[in-house]
Design a protein. Structure first.
Length: 266
């Protein structure tokens, strides 16, 4: 099949999906693999196969990729780059990552389009909402690069914004841990994982789910966010099928919704 015109597969009927149109947010660091910097071909290939599996279920999938494996706008201030310039450099980093992921997906026969919020017409389409939704309807994966196109806004905020613009039913926030914890589990062994949280709890407790702007956008539009471990094979598939993984942030959470088996906070 021509990778420019592929349609979702029929491994599972689309009606069996819990979420039929989703936005997947992947950090740039995830693409670096164990190296911690740059783009690791094995890591990108692994994620592409996970995405292919979900695509074949009939899920309409859009993706926002960060750029932290190449450059972070805030990091530029350490060597004298002003914030706006640093953020634009970070946007270009996300476009590089988007092209790498597009290449990996199309090698697997998954039709993919990259849309950039800043004009780079030789390598990516401009972001046009109607065109993006049409690509999704035709069974193509759409990768949104360059964040929102504005400095001072994170790729988390870009993910929230694009998800609402395309009518996504959920944001899948892929991370290196299996959900949201009361503290950093790497440095606080006593930290407990939440099964569910409300938007207000995330903001009030300053939990590191997404930045406050992104969470506020989701809250204003009642868009749920599922935070899960991208490194666990099959987790994206489980999420779109509605299986309970990670932590869900939504409006209906029970206060202090700890995961099963977790102890109570002091």
């Amino acid at each position: 099949m021509d990778p420019g015109s592929s349609a979702p597969g029929s491994g599972v009927a689309a009606v069996d999906l819990r979420y039929r149109r989703v936005l997947l947010k992947i950090s740039g660091e995830a693409l670096a693999g164990s190296a911690g910097f740059g783009i690791d071909a094995d890591a990108v290939g692994t994620f592409a196969r996970e995405i292919q599996e979900v695509h074949e279920l009939g899920c309409e999938l859009a993706i926002v990729v960060g750029g932290g494996n190449i450059f972070r706008g805030l990091a530029g201030s350490a060597f004298g780059v002003d914030r706006a310039t640093g953020d634009y450099m970070g946007m270009l980093a996300t476009v590089i990552n988007s092209l790498a992921l597009q290449n990996a997906l199309e090698k697997l026969g998954v039709g993919t389009r990259v849309q950039s919020a800043i004009a780079i017409q030789e390598v990516a389409e401009p972001y046009i909402r109607r065109r993006a939704t049409r690509h999704l309807e035709k069974g193509r994966v759409v990768i949104f690069g360059a964040g929102t196109g504005n400095p001072y806004f994170s790729t988390d905020t870009a993910a929230s914004l694009r998800a609402m613009e395309i009518g996504a039913e959920v944001i899948l926030k892929a991370t290196k841990v299996d959900g949201v914890y009361s503290a950093d589990p790497a440095t606080h062994p006593e930290a407990v994982r939440y099964r569910e949280l409300s938007y207000i709890e995330v903001l009030n407790r300053e939990l590191k789910v997404m930045d406050a702007t992104a969470i506020s956008l989701c809250m204003d539009n009642t868009l749920p966010v599922i935070v899960f471990n991208l490194l666990e094979p099959g987790n994206i598939r489980k999420a779109v099928l509605g299986e309970a993984i990670g932590t869900i942030v939504h409006a209906r959470a029970q206060p202090g919704g700890l995961a099963a088996g977790a102890g109570k906070e002091d």
